[in-house]
Write a new protein. Structure first.
Length: 718
């Protein structure tokens, strides 16, 4: 439904402020609830006696005494690290992951490094309900799926870096601009499985990922491997604070990578052409963080260059070049005004570019009834930006009650939108002899180049009898083009006397139609400016039980999706000259449900084990684009200067891929400390050299994936 007055509301709210404040620059959690204090062990009374005489420790927070310490849930220090790790993604305030009002999975820097995992896409395959695979719908992208639903752009998942969006304004997802997201500079990765729109607005439909970057690391790494692999990373930290508050701190992180790609001797594209190709990659990342007193400045720049393979489903060699760039600046102010009041404000600006050039082979039909008689050159150049402001406050209304309030203002801009072809799509005549001009007379961008969004959310947290945390929240988003979305959430977290935690969670989330779905005019898709936002209602129940030196968490989820956006029959209108399929909202609801199990264990010092299993009872897409069952396991062992780690991903049969059975992917890393701060490493991905296919909308038979990659390296800390 459209709201005529929505735009006036947005314009009148220009003074409000946008985009979420940074996740890592968070005020001290001295306002944590008693339950959080029990889980993470903060608030410990240094004079408390061991009254029971059996190691039972007593903790206090304000007027409350808690008799369950983190040692009751995790006796081993390593298990304590996992269960008591502090996160911000679930409520924007630091809290123990186990006590958060969401189902949360966390990976620390140490765990990521010891397993030799270097990209977010690799890591997501070890999260319950998640799967990250290659796709080629728009260049060489990554398809991120969760709880039965996925797409090449990943627009159903919100990805953040230090609380700031990576999802681009054109496709709505993170995948188009952010390929092979580096983990060389992370402090930890926090993942919400389930809705997050009550906090973060659009795209937090099925999950939220927050990458928290490191700001105090001093390290350097270099690696080399097969396929001409070259990788290097450096982290630098400077601190003038000493023992006093205030002062200046600065950190700089940079990394580069490149390889010549996997060699595919005989691969068949969507037109039936078979030949050889490769998939070379290269890229760089740079992060800078400067803080002084209550002010924090973050700068970020990334670039990726990819070639070959099957962009848009057509076989390529050196004729395909794809480049993406993203730059951002983020300024944060946070201050504790009194023991009961915290305030924060932030502003951000980012720019994004995506360009693709590829060859379209003879016999292809981009437009119904028109086949090209020779090779065409085709491509795209898109440029976007976003800017916003934000302000928020946290109030301690009572010792057992916290209230959060946040307001946001965002503007999204489309600066350049060009589709490039060397031949006229309807007449099959050359457009020019020496270039690829944009055929603007046929490929106009039919719609707005700007979007305004105002958001406000309110979150309340109440602790009852020291063992029950109740959370309630709601967020209102007002768009100047699609109207209003209101998204509530409720959660109850109960700490039992038998070393367990139980959660019951309800949330509603939405995904605003992106610019591509609203306004694009291409031979492939046609926009529809009457689209409404997708919405989802989710119910989750989670239970965590400590069993000796291990913990087990079981989660059940039920999703009900409304107004699903998909491609339908072509709209027979003048602004659809190619007869392309048109985006539409489905009338009927779609539901899905499933079970996720997580296990973490430290049976003895130096050994860690974690695993996950997912069973999809129903599939949101109803066409089997994810396996109904999949599992993962990660194990690591440290003996003095030696560390050995292995990880395995097991995927059951994907119903939509008739020619791909279940398969196993094995990886690992071996590291030896030559000196205390110097290690030599050997890591491998797809160690069994498994040949397997993954889902793609453009390739019904599936996409081939990379084989074994081996890297040797050296790492140093100083």
């Amino acid at each position: 439904m459209r709201y005529v007055w929505a735009k006036s509301i947005v314009i009148s709210a220009v003074s409000l402020i946008s985009a979420n404040a940074g996740a890592q620059h968070v005020l001290p959690a001295d306002g944590a609830s008693p339950l959080e204090e029990a889980i993470d062990g903060s608030g410990k009374d240094p004079t408390a006696a061991d009254a029971a005489g059996d190691g039972q420790e007593f903790f206090y927070n304000d007027d409350y005494t808690i008799e369950l310490s983190v040692d009751d849930i995790a006796e081993d220090a390593g298990l304590q690290d996992w269960l008591g790790v502090q996160v911000t993604v679930a409520s924007r305030s630091e809290e123990a992951a186990l006590a958060a009002p969401s189902t949360v999975t966390v990976f620390t820097r140490d765990e990521i490094r010891i397993h030799g995992i270097t990209t977010l896409e690799e890591l997501l395959n070890h999260v319950p309900g998640f799967q990250a695979t290659r796709d080629n719908q728009r260049g060489n992208t990554v398809r991120t799926s969760i709880r039965g639903r996925g797409s090449a752009q990943g627009e159903y998942i919100l990805v953040l870096v230090d609380g700031q969006r990576l999802n681009d304004v054109y496709s709505g997802g993170p995948s188009l601009i952010n390929r092979h997201i580096s983990l060389e500079h992370v402090h930890q990765v926090e993942i919400i499985r389930g809705p997050g729109s009550a906090l973060y607005g659009s795209n937090a439909l099925l999950g939220v990922i927050n990458i928290v970057t490191t700001t105090d690391s001093k390290s350097i790494a270099a690696r080399a491997g097969n396929a001409d692999t070259r990788e290097a990373a450096v982290n630098v930290f400077y601190d003038t604070r000493g023992d006093e508050d205030g002062g200046l701190t600065a950190s700089l992180s940079a990394s580069i990578f490149s390889d010549s790609g996997e060699q595919y001797d005989a691969i068949t594209d969507r037109t039936g052409n078979t030949g050889a190709t490769e998939d070379p990659r290269s890229g760089m990342d740079a992060y800078a963080t400067i803080s002084y007193g209550d002010v924090l400045l973050r700068l970020r720049h990334t670039e990726r260059r990819l070639g070959g393979f099957l962009p848009a489903g057509y076989l390529q060699r050196q004729s395909s070049i794809e480049e993406v760039k993203q730059s951002s600046v983020h300024l944060v102010y946070a201050r504790q005004l009194s023991p009961r009041v915290k305030v924060n404000a932030a502003g951000h600006y980012s720019t994004e570019q995506w360009s693709l050039m590829a060859a379209i082979p003879p016999g292809s039909s981009l437009v119904p009834g028109v086949e090209n008689e020779q090779y065409w050159q085709a491509g795209a150049f898109h440029e976007w930006s976003t800017a916003g402001l934000q302000a928020g406050a946290e109030l301690r209304l009572a010792t057992n009650n916290r209230l959060h309030f946040n307001v946001t203002y965002d503007q999204n801009f489309i600066h350049t939108h060009e589709e490039l072809f060397s031949y006229h799509l309807q007449t099959n005549e050359p457009v020019s002899e020496d270039g690829l001009p944009a055929t603007q007379e046929l490929l106009a961008y039919n719609g707005s180049t700007r979007r305004l969004i105002v958001g406000a959310d309110l979150q309340d947290r109440q602790t009852i009898a020291d063992v029950l945390d109740l959370s309630a929240g709601v967020r209102l988003d007002v768009y100047d083009d699609i109207g209003i979305s209101l998204n509530p959430r409720l959660a109850a977290v109960y700490q039992s006397p038998i070393s367990s935690i139980a959660k019951v969670i309800y949330g509603r989330a939405f995904r605003a139609p992106n610019f591509l779905e609203l306004y694009d005019i291409t031979p492939v898709t046609h926009g529809n400016d009457d689209l409404e936002a997708e919405t989802i209602d989710t119910i989750e129940a989670a239970y965590t039980q400590k069993l000796g030196a291990a913990s087990v968490t079981a989660t059940y989820f039920y999703n009900s999706l409304d107004n699903k956006i998909e491609l339908g029959p072509p709209a027979m209108t003048a602004d659809n000259p190619f007869g392309a399929p048109t985006h539409r909202n489905l009338d009927e609801r779609e539901s899905s449900q499933g079970i996720e199990v997580e296990v973490a264990a430290n049976p003895f010092a130096g050994f860690r084990l974690r695993g996950a299993y997912t069973r999809l009872i129903d599939n949101v897409d109803n066409n089997g684009t994810m396996p109904t069952q999949f599992a993962t396991a990660m194990a690591s062992l440290r003996i003095r200067g030696l560390s050995v780690a292995t990880d395995v991903v097991v995927r059951g049969k994907t119903p939509a891929l008739s020619n791909q059975d279940a398969y196993v992917l094995l990886g690992g890393r071996l590291a030896y400390a030559v000196f205390k701060q110097l290690r030599v490493t050997l890591s491998v991905r797809n160690a069994l050299d498994t040949s397997y296919l993954t889902i793609s909308d453009l390739m019904p038979e599936g996409l081939e994936n990379r084989g074994r990659f081996i890297r040797v390296g050296i790492e140093a800390e100083y």
